[in-house]
Design a binder for this molecule. Structure first.
Ligand code: ADP
Length: 857
């Protein structure tokens, strides 16, 4: 590549040089010719000036001589007779007295002839410094050269072909009296002209005096080359001639011109020299050009190489075309051109594809943007810089309730904002402009009161984003209807007040028992505990708080504050680690429960009395038997005592029977009293079999009357149950009586009643089964409803009371029935953990192992 660069540089340089040489040489010659003529003209003028100056020097010499004291001294005593024919005195070879010898000393020009002329113009004395005598013409006419004025008088004249310079000046004495004239005569010859030109004169140029009329050379400084007497036209082929007039010497009779001859040869030589010089300069310039151009080409080629390498890498990577084969020979530039063309085509194709893809992407983006605009749940409005609406999405139309014609170029603020909000909106616009380009928050946002087209107002959240489009700024407004949020906020606020508005105590307690929040209703509770919000709970409650947080379970506690009872629900909230305590004043509830229990007990008692009323007849009849026996025994004993017939043993036996029957009667009374008596419920561990037997005793008379067949299938041993025996007896009595009522409908010989007891899975069970008519399914569902009865004299309270009693004993009751075949009633009670006490007897008996009543109820 460098060789190519040098070659190209050389060819370009030489080409430039060749063309420039042709054009420039001619141009230079033309310019130089013009310049040369001007210079020659100048040189001719200079020569004339020097010639003039030379002649002026002679004038100065003449003045010096005329005014020299020696001449005054010489002329003062002298008296020239006027009339005489005079022959002038000629000094040849020696200097006269009046001529001082100062020429050499003062480097003055020595004149060839000096003449003294008297006041009448006649030549009196002549000094001749040269061999040759002064031409007679000049001597004769000397008088005419004298001027009348005071100035030096100089004249150019001719004597034959030879030109002369004649300079005269007045000679005066000290008083200004004119004593004569001094005339200096100098032949203008080669020496004169050479001296005039001096050393300045160019060797090639020749100066001459010529006769203007004859166009003939009078004298030249080089007479051997430019012959005096020859015509000017003879020399014009050889010389360039410049003629100049001599205006100061026009007084002369002769019209003489000053001529400068410059040989054409020297002009051509000079021109050649200049052209040569210029050519050298051009060559240097061409060489410099070649160097610089080569360097430039080299640098460009290096740069081009780099670019090509990059392009090659790029093309290999991106376009998958091979690097051009620069090193495989052939015309590298053509190869490169081909390759670049190929590369350019590929790039163009790639650009086309890219522009297609870009257009496609643009369309997609536009479609996406349009979809976003369409689907946005917020109103999006674009404003011009002056705040006029230029675009909007469908949601804006829905939210602000306008028709497109309404808002064409309308001012957004005037149209859709409450007047009171205009200033705030303007501030937001300014804020958005200030934030423009801020990466963190490039938009302004705020809440404003908007106004729909129909005049209704609603709160909005608005963000403003300024966008620069084609050197103009537009604003995009994102408007979100804040009505629902505001409502939700109001809801949340009211919910936040919810706890404080609660009439029940609500507390929030941290894990270490600190009271983080307490509503107004909890202050009496806190006052009782001796605490306040910000302080800590009493220690026992802190334990409960910790326990609730540890096990994560909600627990309920009661706090009896002496007359005031609170239920406290501890609800742990694990994540922040605190416990909410929801309090409730349950004093009234507890009182009501107490009253309810009392009412229940009374109801149970009333029911019992009712039952007892029904069994009383039987009981009375039963009581009759012992009483009759007692009467019989007593009568028999009394008779025996009256008759003294009975022995002592028989009387004692009768008395024993009386006592026994009295005890039996007393036992019947006791049972009756126990059932009728009103006493608080007392739990005791008793044998369930005993209770069954007791009940059978109550209805013995009734059973006999009905002639029913008893079957008692009691479990072996005892079944201890912790119950209120009166109440459980009431339950069992009720069930046995219901069975008897049902059996009444059966024929007397087919009445069967079976009572069984057994223990199963820790439960004590009693079954009372009859073969009565049974219970239809529709009645089964109402069996335990209060006041449900099918009997004329029934109350319908037996079964509901039984259910209540059993539930109070953690037990239950249920029925099974097959209509037409009979019914079965089951009672289930938990078997007592503690065993029956020693004092309990088989036959009867409330036990000694009575426990204190369950105070928890
Ligand atoms: P009452 O006995 O006063 O009617 P209960 O509550 O004791 O009230 O009984 C409700 C009803 O249940 C009775 O009226 C009767 O119709 C029905 N009933 C109870 N036990 C039996 C039974 N063993 N056989 C058939 N029906 C029964």
């Amino acid at each position: 590549m460098p060789v190519i660069a040098i070659l190209i540089g050389l060819i370009a340089g030489l080409g430039v040089w060749g063309v420039l040489d042709q054009v420039q040489s001619r141009a230079i010659e033309r310019i130089f010719g013009k310049e040369l003529r001007a210079r020659l003209d100048l040189r001719a003028r200079e020569s004339l000036l020097r010639f003039d100056q030379h002649m002026a020097n002679y004038a100065a010499t003449a003045r010096l001589l005329a005014n020299h004291r020696r001449l005054a001294q010489y002329l003062e005593p002298l008296f020239w007779f006027p009339e005489e024919d005079i022959t002038p005195v000629v000094y040849k070879g020696f200097r006269p007295f009046w001529l001082p010898d100062f020429f050499d000393r003062n480097a003055l020009l020595a004149p060839s002839y000096v003449l003294l002329i008297d006041t009448r113009g006649r030549v009196r004395e002549v000094y001749q410094a040269v061999e040759q005598a002064m031409p007679a013409d000049i001597l004769t006419d000397a008088g005419q050269w004298i001027g009348d004025d005071e100035d030096v008088h100089a004249v150019l004249t001719r004597a034959g072909p030879a030109p002369f310079l004649i300079v005269s000046d007045r000679v005066e004495d000290a008083s200004g009296y004119r004593m004569g004239h001094l005339v200096v005569v100098i032949p203008i010859d080669a020496a004169f002209l050479t001296a005039a030109e001096g050393t300045v004169s160019s060797d090639s140029s020749v100066v001459a005096l010529v006769d203007a009329d004859e166009q003939r050379i009078l004298a030249s400084n080089e007479p051997q080359s430019l012959l005096p007497g020859s015509l000017i036209e003879d020399w014009t082929a050889e010389y360039l001639v410049t003629l100049q007039s001599l205006p100061r010497y026009e007084a002369s009779n002769w019209n003489m011109l000053f001529a400068t001859f410059i040989p054409h040869r020297s002009v051509a030589k000079m021109s050649e020299r200049v052209v040569d010089f210029e050519r050298r300069q051009r060559l240097i310039a061409a060489l410099a050009f070649i160097g610089v151009f080569t360097l430039l080409i080299y640098l460009v080629s290096v740069r081009l190489n780099k670019v090509l390498t990059r392009m090659s890498r790029f093309s290999q990577r991106a376009l998958e075309i091979e690097q051009p084969g620069f090193k495989q020979g052939g015309n590298q530039l053509l190869l490169l051109e081909d390759w670049i063309q190929h590369f350019t085509n590929l790039v163009l194709r790639a650009r086309e594809e890219m522009s297609l893809r870009h257009a496609h992407e643009l369309r997609e983006t536009e479609a996406l943007k349009a979809a976003i605009m369409e689907a946005s749940l917020d109103a999006i409005v674009t404003l011009s810089q002056r705040g006029q609406i230029i675009d909007y999405n469908p949601m804006a139309r829905v939210m602000l309730r306008f028709t497109p014609a309404d808002i064409l170029a309308a001012d957004f603020a005037t149209q859709f904002l409450d007047p009171a909000e205009h200033a705030a909106f303007a501030a937001m616009l300014r804020d958005s402009t200030r934030r423009h380009g801020d990466a963190q928050a490039p938009f302004a946002r705020g809440e404003l009161q908007a106004r729909r087209m129909d005049g209704s107002r609603f709160p909005v959240e608005m963000s403003i984003v300024p966008i620069d489009v084609d050197a103009e700024r537009v604003y995009t407004l994102y408007i979100h209807d804040a009505t629902k949020r505001k409502e939700a906020e109001r809801e949340i606020k009211s919910l936040a007040r919810f706890a404080s508005e609660s009439p029940n105590p609500i507390l929030r307690v941290t894990g270490d028992g600190g009271i983080a929040y307490a509503n107004a209703a909890s202050l009496p509770l806190l006052a009782h505990w001796g605490g306040a919000p910000g302080e800590r709970l009493p220690t026992p409650w802190i334990e409960e708080v910790r326990a609730a947080l540890d096990n994560g379970n909600t627990s309920e506690h009661e706090d009896d504050q002496g007359g005031q009872i609170y239920s406290l629900l501890f609800v742990p909230v694990a994540d922040p680690g605190y416990v909410n305590i929801y309090g409730r004043d349950i004093t009234a509830v507890r009182r009501a429960e107490q009253e309810s229990r009392q009412h229940q007990s009374e109801l149970v008692h009333v029911c019992r009395l009712s039952t007892m009323g029904e069994v009383a007849t039987g009981m009375a009849h039963e009581l009759n038997q012992p009483l009759s026996a007692i009467v019989n025994y007593a009568n028999g004993a009394s008779r025996r005592l009256q008759n003294d017939s009975g022995d002592r043993e028989a009387l004692v036996d009768a008395m024993r029977h009386i006592s026994s029957q009295a005890q039996r009667a007393g036992e019947i009374i006791r049972r009756l009293r126990a059932l009728v008596g009103k006493q608080p419920p007392i739990r005791s561990v008793v044998d369930l079999n005993y209770l069954v037997r007791e009940v059978c005793g109550f209805v013995e008379f009734e059973a006999t009357r009905l002639d029913l067949q008893w079957q008692l299938a009691l479990a072996d041993g005892e079944i201890p149950v912790n119950v209120d025996l009166v109440q459980i007896e009431q339950v069992l009595l009720n069930l046995v009586r219901n069975a008897m009522d049902a059996l009444e409908e059966q024929p007397a010989d087919a009445r069967r009643l079976e009572i069984s007891t057994w223990v199963e899975d820790g439960w004590a069970l009693v079954r009372i089964a009859d073969n009565g008519p049974g219970i239809p399914p529709e009645r089964m569902t109402h069996l335990f409803d209060p006041f449900f009865t099918t009997k004329e004299s029934g109350m319908g309270m037996g079964l509901p009371i039984s259910l209540t009693i059993l539930e109070n004993h953690e037990g239950t009751i249920w029925a099974e029935s097959a209509p037409g075949r009979g019914s079965r009633f089951y009672v289930r009670l938990p078997v007592a953990a503690s065993s029956i006490g020693d004092g309990m007897t088989d036959a009867a008996g409330p036990t000694a192992a009575q426990t204190a009543g369950d105070s928890s109820r």
